[in-house]
Design a protein around this ligand. Structure first.
Ligand SMILES: *Cc1c(COP(=O)(O)O)cnc(C)c1O
Length: 229
């Protein structure tokens, strides 16, 4: 079932890329495995997935040693500063950096462990009260400040688009994130690259892929509904 879902998602990404004149390998699929048990991750791994997304430090810690070493772990959830130390040397990318204080903590722990952590700045494009992320006006300034910190490499931007019925309703959100990245890139800030755009989830990843996503984060579409207990 999972392998089939992955094939289906892959085919849709490919079609979206084709229709928008993009190369299929510009978009990487992150299998969002939060709340899902290890056997399901192993099934996804066997089907070819190497990028996995989790939204808690605890789950990354629990799953990290039990999955093969070539898995790339993506921290996509809100990150508390006191937990940064557990994951800086385990994750391939932190997608959810939305404050200088959090970035400073990541920097401190990265320097301590002798690693450089790749991060994305999370932008609350639609300005939703319920969402984390820096507002669109503050994004460039935050990137500029974070860029000065050792042990951190800013790779791009991330957004969580609103939960909508019609994915087309989020096209503007994805365009806006891309535009913010383009604007920041033009500033040629040292230690900043704006090549990565993490956007699109199960409901809207095809639109996101068409609008320039380099990472799409798909959970339900691969693993099925989540049941929180
Ligand atoms: C849970 C989650 C996803 C995946 O959501 P689905 O709708 O299940 O695909 C993507 N991004 C973030 C940040 C998430 O927390």
């Amino acid at each position: 079932m999972i392998a089939e879902n992955i094939r289906d998602v892959e085919a849709k990404i490919e079609a979206a890329c084709k229709a928008s004149g993009r190369n299929r390998d510009e978009v990487r699929l992150i299998a969002v495995s939060k709340t899902k048990p290890l056997p399901m991750l192993q099934e996804a791994y066997a089907a070819g997935c190497r990028d996995f997304g989790e939204n808690t430090v605890q789950e990354i810690m629990d799953k990290y040693d039990r999955m093969p070493g070539d898995v790339r772990w993506h921290m996509i959830g809100h990150l508390q500063r006191n937990k940064v130390k557990y994951i800086v040397d385990k994750v391939c990318m932190i997608h959810s950096v939305d404050s200088l204080r959090l970035a400073e903590e990541i920097s401190r722990e990265a320097v301590k462990k002798g690693v450089v952590v790749s991060i994305l700045v999370e932008v609350n494009v639609a300005g939703e009260e319920s969402k984390f992320g820096i507002d669109t006006q503050g994004a460039q300034m935050l990137v500029q400040e974070i860029a000065k910190l050792p042990g951190i490499a800013v790779k791009g931007l991330m957004t969580i688009a609103p939960n909508v019925q019609n994915p087309e309703d989020n096209r503007e959100v994805f365009r806006k994130l891309k535009q913010i990245a383009v604007d920041i890139k033009q500033k040629n800030i040292d230690n900043v690259c704006m090549d990565e755009l993490s956007m699109g989830m199960t409901g809207d990843y095809e639109v996101a892929a068409a609008e320039g996503a380099t990472y799409v984060r798909v959970g339900t579409g691969i693993f099925g509904e989540r049941h929180y207990t």
